[in-house]
Design a protein around this ligand. Structure first.
Ligand SMILES: *[C@@H]1O[C@H](CO)[C@@H](O)[C@H](O)[C@H]1NC(C)=O
Ligand SMILES: *[C@@H]1O[C@H](CO)[C@@H](O)[C@H](O)[C@H]1NC(C)=O
Ligand SMILES: *[C@@H]1O[C@H](CO)[C@@H](O)[C@H](O)[C@H]1NC(C)=O
Ligand SMILES: *[C@@H]1O[C@H](CO)[C@@H](O)[C@H](O)[C@H]1NC(C)=O
Length: 697
């Protein structure tokens, strides 16, 4: 054979063995509705029993992304919910295992909550976390399990040859540190390495088919979804959720929100001390700056509230969302990015935190043995934050308890001297680790997990790492990965994943006992212990060692208490029917105005209307033909429910629509869909339609 041919064959063989490295990935994306019960269930986040649902502004979605290199598969799911719960992940895996055997396991599936504070709670099972919701709420739990499972199923069925590109952007003016005084306790030479006291990067993993059509994107940006404050009673995915809606809308032309091929997530990361309320904390009555250490005005926390940048909370949500969306879109449109290539790898371990030990090297050369504590919350936990203050007059930065509250605490769960010493300087308010009545209050066994996609490491953490805690953990993992042969390792923290254990502040920040330090439940060295655990995991994963899977967290599902009453019955009233329109929209409206209609309704908990809607805005396109232009998942609509009186069983809904500035002029109408519960059992669908109205320019 001539030399030239041999050469060509040689090249062909090489190309077979090593095609462009990212061409070997298979990728799947999927999205599903996981909206919880839209009325009368307390939201999770601000711990306010009074913040109960009254309708929907934006729906909750679960967004799933699956990666497969032909040998191993890993999945990441971002869910519009307060945080992920062990119970939910277990139930999702149980369902997936029935369909796909052991394709998805605790080891290769990360479920991460976006941390919206405006979605129904009651699904965590640990007693303390479900307490504001009056215990376990099966409807919320089932909605999440079903939505998450469906999103993974859809991603599973959509696997195609694809590629992934990692890129970094920056968003300014969208986040501030809400405990800047605690941040300042971190060593100066460490702080000097960073330009800001919060992370401003927007990290994007862009997913494409091998022919370069876009499949989806995962974006990580460090911010609390607390643009909506605790006066809000409409379900919403908040700033990051609306950023997802905007990104998906811009790529799924004409598809209703929550449908369409492109899936775009804005997932949580180390957002522990990061607020979106960028005007900062102010005394609400005098507009002065609050006291920095305690976040109080004249000694009271309730007057010190952060807000902004908009004129109200909806406007603030929109502004932050648009900033995130614009930067994500810029990165998506750019051809640049770091290609992600195989191998895919993963590791998971359950860790009993109170029994962990570590050795600290002090700069003066001495070493110190440290260990974990049983879970406990400090006094400043009860103070809440400037994004949402607590009750009973607590304030942040409390390093001493009060005898009154200590007496009550000791009656419930007296801390031992060992507990007090271990948590020092945290004054213990809730000694959750010493009480098991009626069942576990806060977890002591956590889930720690890593997914490796080539030189990218996704680190699933069971809580809210503060800015500096996240930076330290990333550095530990990056250094360990580089030492084990992954040059250029990149690390992303995926926040509020798998199990929830409140906050993780640095040992220095812990000393000030602001909200984040007071909510660092395993004591001052929580972060130190996590860094050790994750370092061991990176080493084990990269060297192919087996790790002990660790102790299983307790199964609380048979013990949970549930006090949220079920829907008893709906009544439509004398000579009236469900769906009757009691208040018609104005006959003529201009763009930018808000129209509404009022309908007799059933209880929204009768049917959560997943992948459907409680309302439509419809435009007449020809005689008798109407086209849906908006649903209850759109930003421009609000679905607002209220009971007539607690006894009557009657209720009404308002369907509200703010006419977009680019709406086509013409005839429109508002509709409402729902289910009512009959006295004789069973739920039945109904619908109602308003008169039509004219939209003018
Ligand atoms: C399911 O997985 C187990 C272990 O991985 C294997 O032994 C079994 O054959 C699988 N079952 C099916 C139906 O694929
Ligand atoms: C929430 O925001 C609204 C503005 O949208 C404001 O009027 C209200 O006082 C805020 N409530 C709290 C508790 O911060
Ligand atoms: C930590 O140290 C204590 C006391 O020395 C020991 O009982 C415990 O087993 C250690 N924990 C681990 C995880 O090694
Ligand atoms: C070394 O530094 C640590 C932490 O700052 C301190 O607790 C310890 O007393 C120091 N030891 C000596 C011998 O100076």
């Amino acid at each position: 054979m001539p030399k030239k041919c041999l050469f060509i064959i040689h090249v062909l063989i090489i190309c077979q063995i090593c095609p462009p490295s990212f061409a070997r990935l298979k990728i799947g994306v999927g999205r599903a509705d996981c909206t919880g019960p839209a009325a009368e269930v307390t939201f999770m986040g601000y711990a306010k029993s009074s913040q109960k649902g009254c309708g929907i502004h934006l729906r909750q979605f679960s967004r799933a992304f699956i990666f497969d290199d032909g040998t191993k598969r890993a999945a990441f799911v971002s869910v519009d919910t307060g945080m992920m719960a062990h119970s939910v992940r277990k139930a999702v895996l149980f369902r997936l295992n029935k369909m796909y055997n052991s394709t998805y396991t605790e080891s290769n599936l990360i479920l991460s909550g976006t941390h919206t504070h405006s979605a129904p709670g009651g699904y965590l099972m640990e007693f303390m976390y479900d307490l504001p919701c009056l215990g376990f709420v099966k409807e919320t739990f089932d909605a999440l399990v079903e939505g998450i499972t469906t999103s993974i199923e859809r991603a599973h069925r959509s696997m195609v040859d694809g590629k992934a590109l990692l890129s970094y952007g920056e968003v300014l003016g969208a986040n501030i540190n809400r405990s800047p005084t605690a941040y300042l306790l971190n060593p100066e030479e460490e702080r000097e390495q960073y330009p800001h006291n919060v992370d401003k990067d927007l990290i994007q993993l862009k997913l494409l088919k091998s022919d370069d059509t876009l499949l989806g994107a995962i974006n990580w940006f460090s911010v609390h979804p607390t643009s909506m404050n605790f006066s809000n009673c409409l379900i919403t995915s908040d700033n990051v959720g609306y950023a997802s809606v905007l990104l998906e809308k811009s790529h799924n032309k004409d598809a209703p929100i929550g449908q369409g091929r492109f899936v775009g997530a804005f997932a949580s990361t180390n957002l522990g001390d990061v607020s979106p309320n960028v005007r900062g904390p102010r005394c609400i009555d005098t507009d002065e700056i609050c006291s920095l250490m305690s976040s109080t005005c004249r000694g009271e926390a309730k007057y010190c509230v952060a807000a902004g940048p908009g004129v109200d909370m909806f406007d603030s949500t929109r502004i932050i969302a648009e900033k995130l969306f614009e930067e994500a879109r810029r990165l998506l449109d750019s051809p640049d990015g770091h290609p992600i290539s195989p191998p895919i790898n993963y590791i998971h371990r359950f860790v009993d935190m109170p029994s962990q030990n570590a050795t600290i090297q002090h700069p003066n050369g001495t070493t110190q043995q440290v260990h974990g504590c049983l879970p406990a919350m400090g006094y400043s936990f009860a103070a809440g934050t400037t994004d949402g203050v607590g009750e009973f007059g607590f304030s942040q930065g409390a390093r001493h308890g009060s005898s009154q509250w200590n007496t009550l605490r000791d009656f419930l769960f007296q801390p031992t001297q060992e507990d007090i010493d271990c948590q020092y300087p945290k004054p213990i308010l809730i000694n959750s680790g010493r009480i098991s009545t009626p069942y576990e209050w806060q977890p002591r066994i956590v889930s720690t997990q890593l997914i490796q996609l080539g030189d990218l490491f996704l680190v699933a953490v069971p809580g809210e790492f503060t800015t500096m805690s996240g930076r330290r953990l990333r550095r530990t993992i990056r250094d360990t990965a580089i030492n084990n042969g992954v040059s250029g390792a990149k690390v992303v923290i995926t926040g509020l994943s798998n199990i929830y254990t409140s906050y993780i502040a640095t040992p220095e920040e812990y000393q000030m006992q602001r909200y984040e330090g007071a909510s660092t439940i395993f004591g001052p060295y929580t972060l130190t212990l996590y860094r050790k655990v994750y370092k061991e995991m990176v080493e084990a994963m990269l060297t192919g060692e087996n790790v002990d899977p660790g102790p299983q967290p307790p199964d609380l599902s048979t013990q949970v208490i549930s006090l949220v009453p079920p829907v008893m019955l709906d009544t439509s009233g004398f000579l009236k029917q469900f769906g009757d329109c009691l208040v018609q929209p104005l006959p003529v409206v201009k763009r930018g105005m808000t129209v509404f209609a009022l309908f007799i309704s059933g209880h929204p908990r009768n049917n959560l209307m997943h992948d459907r809607t409680f309302l439509t805005v419809e435009k007449r396109v020809e005689a008798r033909k109407w086209k849906v232009v908006a649903t209850d998942a759109d930003w421009e609509t609000k679905f607002i429910w209220r009971r007539d009186s607690t006894l009557s069983g009657g209720s009404k809904v308002t369907v509200e629509w703010t006419v977009p500035l680019n709406a086509a002029p013409g005839k429109y109408r508002l509709r409402h869909f729902g289910y009512y519960k009959s006295l004789f059992g069973g739920t039945f669908p109904y619908s109602g339609t308003s008169k039509s109205f004219e939209v003018m320019e």
